[in-house]
Write a protein that binds this ligand. Structure first.
Ligand code: G
Ligand code: G
Ligand code: MN
Ligand code: NA
Length: 254
């Protein structure tokens, strides 16, 4: 309950921040996009992970204003990058199922895109399979309406859920993000290599783009490139960073 009150204050005083982690196109080394990651620097407790406070916000209903703020801020900063001459980059935002399932979600997305003068193709929404647990038909309908706006959909944490494969067939998605647990044990667990190869080859047959998360070492990069993984994300390339640092990072890439 205390954390909830403090979160309310943090939302009101805008002491939450978004950091951005670059996503690298494996074939060219170009930055294809960035993922927005929520950060809360608590005045006494220090850094609190979204893995801790997002569930609190979901229980209290605060996730809705929080999620609206995240989307608005991420889009505003993408527009700002464009104004700085940094273009051709997409913005990926993590979406809580609870927000996604609310009425007006698609309407809000459309409004925020218009507000910042962005086209749908510049925005990517990261969802998880848990979205389908409650009302799968409605979720699929919402995804189709988002796709009609041009918005891209990525299935996050792929491989950690229960019935990933049947969802792949049913969901109108563009991308899957292989969970970092598979990447991290690549060198110690030969099964992970086989699983990754399998996921990538299956995704390619389904015309899905594959992102590998949590890439930390040169040998992971080499393996993933060898498998023709499309996009790489992880500390090997860059950690999540503040907007100001991102602007410098992207400028240096050009
Ligand atoms: O950045 P980090 O590894 O600490 O993120 C931990 C978890 O929090 C991840 O599962 C990530 O998807 C989630 N997360 C980060 N930012 C957001 C956000 O803006 N909204 C939601 N719903 N989840 C987020
Ligand atoms: O669930 P989701 O994929 O949205 O979570 C992304 C989280 O992974 C973020 O909290 C981010 O800080 C973290 N992350 C990003 N790259 C790496 C990495 O190379 N290694 C580790 N350990 N974590 C990473
Ligand atoms: Mn994510
Ligand atoms: Na993930």
């Amino acid at each position: 309950a205390r954390l909830r009150n403090e979160l309310q204050k943090a939302i009101e005083t805008q002491s939450l921040k978004l950091h951005y982690q670059p996503q690298i196109e494996a074939r060219t080394g170009r930055v294809a996009g960035v993922e927005a990651l929520l950060r809360w620097e608590h005045p006494e407790k220090g850094y609190i992970s979204p893995a801790v406070f997002v569930p609190v916000a979901e229980d209290s209903g605060q996730i809705i204003p929080l999620s609206l703020w995240v989307l608005d801020t991420a889009c505003a900063q993408l527009r700002q990058l464009g104004e700085q001459g940094i273009t051709g980059i997409s913005m990926a935002v993590n979406i809580s199922p609870m927000h996604f399932q609310r009425g007006h979600f698609v309407q809000f997305i459309q409004t925020v895109l218009e507000k910042h003068g962005l086209c749908g193709e510049q925005l990517e929404l990261e969802i998880t399979e848990s979205l389908l647990l409650h009302n799968a038909e409605q979720a699929i309908d919402t995804l189709h309406r988002l796709k009609a706006l041009g918005v891209r959909i990525a299935l996050d944490d792929f491989g950690t859920g229960f019935s990933s494969l049947s969802y792949l067939k049913r969901l109108p998605i563009d991308k899957i993000k292989i969970d970092r647990s598979f990447i991290q044990e690549l060198s110690t667990d030969c099964h992970d290599a086989a699983i990754i190869q399998g996921i990538i080859s299956m995704a390619q047959h389904l015309s899905l783009t594959v992102v590998a998360e949590g890439v930390e070492t040169e040998s992971q990069v080499a393996f993933l490139k060898g498998c023709r993984c499309n996009v790489l994300q992880g500390y090997y390339f860059a950690k999540p960073m503040k907007y100001e640092a991102l602007e410098i990072f992207l400028r240096e890439q050009k």
